[in-house]
Ligand binder design. Structure first.
Ligand code: FDA
Ligand code: NAD
Length: 434
């Protein structure tokens, strides 16, 4: 059992870790000062690829193609790049104990890692149907997607069950992206989710209606308003059928579950202040414990624009929060300070030939503009959210680079809107004028 000491430790090897390491390298670290500790066996990579390019039937994305920080057009940090930059990359190492008062971490193998400054970047883990006691949910080929090992299992199952039947449980990000990926791989796909429409945490009924019809036209079957209440397995343990709460039964060769994620904060329970399910931070991602920072999915941070504190489970924030924390750490060492984090929420998704972007806040009234006919070969439509007479959120499917920039500008500027009708009439040109 070894003991090692570092000036800085980044705990986690995901998107935030990759971007934090890049920022440390930009700011300058001496050899041996910084370690990245990850339970994954590979260097930090752009996680969004796992539900998209990684699952393509042809020309699939594979590492080292999508290591951080290619997702934002930055330098690709290959495993050897960490060494070249003097950063110790400690892979396949799960931290099972953290003592923030003693500034030490202990791995599953019993190794001890001491630090002066810690950045917690442990991200999220999936919610499992076994957590809710769903009968038969531990059958083989009931799969989840968070890390590259999960994606590899999924790729194997897709090969083994070629052209079979897939049931996708969940109507959120994973549900929509994975239904499309399985359909592209020629599976007979049925999506099941409890709400009246898909992606209810962002989409309005109108927006969801477009995606549901588009998916149906692509051959995806959609069952709403019910949940998977149990599974039966073949004698070899592989899933055979999905029982739905409404009494229906679906055959399945593969089941993909995407019923949400929870931030990985359990190592630090009782040692650090929490809020809204995450680790509470200030605008520099400092936690309540001196010299401990938290970034990415685990951080509950002040969203300055809205005078609110929030957790954000999206890649843009994981990158920017990581950069902010490292800038703040390095500035403080030189007796300086950086500006407060002033984040504009940005989410996106891609599936089939579709691609949407959203900026701002999805609160208040909403209106649709453009042509949301799902049968059009190149659908191009959007939505605005208006609260207190101001446009606070903007969404677009099929927007160009300039149009997406306009969405960001309008959501940041929050201009007054004369009326909802006027927004419908002006469409994207309203945002483009900002
Ligand atoms: P992230 O999950 O990336 O990394 C956490 C790391 O910590 C992992 O390497 C994990 O193994 C490690 N770890 C955890 N506990 C540990 C321990 N005890 N010891 C050692 N290591 C530990 N967002 C978006 O805006 N657009 C998109 O298209 C997508 N697409 C997408 C697809 C898929 C499949 C997923 C799962 C997620 C997305 N996201 C997304 C969300 C986005 O990827 C997510 O918000 C970021 O990855 C969060 O970055 P973090 O670094 O916080 O966690
Ligand atoms: P989600 O919160 O987006 O969606 C969860 C969905 O699960 C809900 O919409 C609901 O339909 C469904 N649900 C809840 N309980 C259910 C049940 N018992 N049976 C059936 N359905 C049920 O979460 P997710 O799709 O699992 O995504 C996991 C994480 O990965 C999130 O943090 C998400 O932000 C991230 N992610 C993001 C993207 C993106 O931003 N493009 C893509 C993939 C994953």
């Amino acid at each position: 059992m070894a003991e090692k000491s570092f000036k800085y430790i980044i705990l986690g090897g995901g998107v935030s870790a990759g971007y934090a390491a890049k920022e440390f390298a930009n700011q300058g670290v001496k050899p041996g000062e910084l370690a990245v500790i990850s339970k994954e066996a590979v260097a930090p990579y752009e996680r969004p690829a796992l539900s998209k390019g990684y699952l393509f039937p042809e020309g699939a994305a594979r590492l080292p193609g999508f290591h951080c920080c290619v997702g934002s057009g930055g330098e690709k940090l290959l495993p050897e790049s960490y060494k070249q930059k003097g950063i110790e990359l400690i892979l396949s190492t799960e931290i099972v104990k953290a003592d923030l008062a003693a500034k030490s971490l202990v791995s599953a193998a019993g190794d001890v890692f001491k630090y002066q400054t810690l950045i917690i970047a442990t991200g999220s883990t999936v919610l499992r149907l076994t957590d809710f006691g769903v009968k038969g949910a531990d059958s083989k080929n009931i799969l989840y997607l968070r890390e590259i090992d999960d994606a590899d299992q999924l790729v194997e199952a897709i090969k083994a069950k070629k052209g079979g039947k897939a049931v996708v449980v969940g109507g959120g990000y994973i549900g929509l992206e994975l239904s499309a990926a399985l359909r592209i791989n020629n599976f007979d796909v049925t999506m099941v989710f409890p709400e009246p429409w898909c992606m209810p945490r962002l989409f309005t009924a109108d927006i969801a209606a477009f995606y549901e019809t588009y998916y149906t036209n692509k051959g995806v079957k959609i069952i709403k308003g019910t949940v998977a209440s149990g599974f039966t397995a073949q004698p070899n343990g592989e899933v055979k059928e999905v029982q739905l709460k409404d009494g229906r039964t679906l055959e399945a060769d593969i089941v993909i579950v995407g019923v949400g994620a929870k931030p990985l904060t359990s190592l630090f329970k009782g040692q650090v202040e929490e809020d809204k399910g995450g680790i509470k931070t200030d605008a520099f991602f400092k936690t309540s414990v001196p010299d401990v920072y938290a970034v990415g999915d685990v951080a509950t941070f002040p969203l300055k624009m809205y005078g609110d504190v929030r957790r954000v489970e999206h890649v843009d924030h994981s990158r920017k929060s990581a950069e902010q924390a490292v800038k703040a750490i390095k500035a403080a060492e030189g007796g300086a300070a950086v500006e407060e984090y002033d984040y504009l929420p940005f989410f996106y998704s891609r599936s089939f030939d579709l691609s949407w972007q959203f900026y701002g806040d999805n609160v208040g009234d909403s209106v649709l503009f453009g042509d949301s006919n799902p049968s059009n070969p190149k659908p191009r439509f959007g939505a605005y959210w208006v609260q207190g007479g101001k446009v606070v959120g903007a969404f677009m499917e099929g927007g160009s680079g300039d149009e997406n920039k306009a969405l960001a500008k309008v959501a940041k500027a929050r201009p007054s809107a004369e009326s909802l009708d006027e927004l419908v009439k002006q469409g994207i040109s309203f945002a483009a004028k900002i």
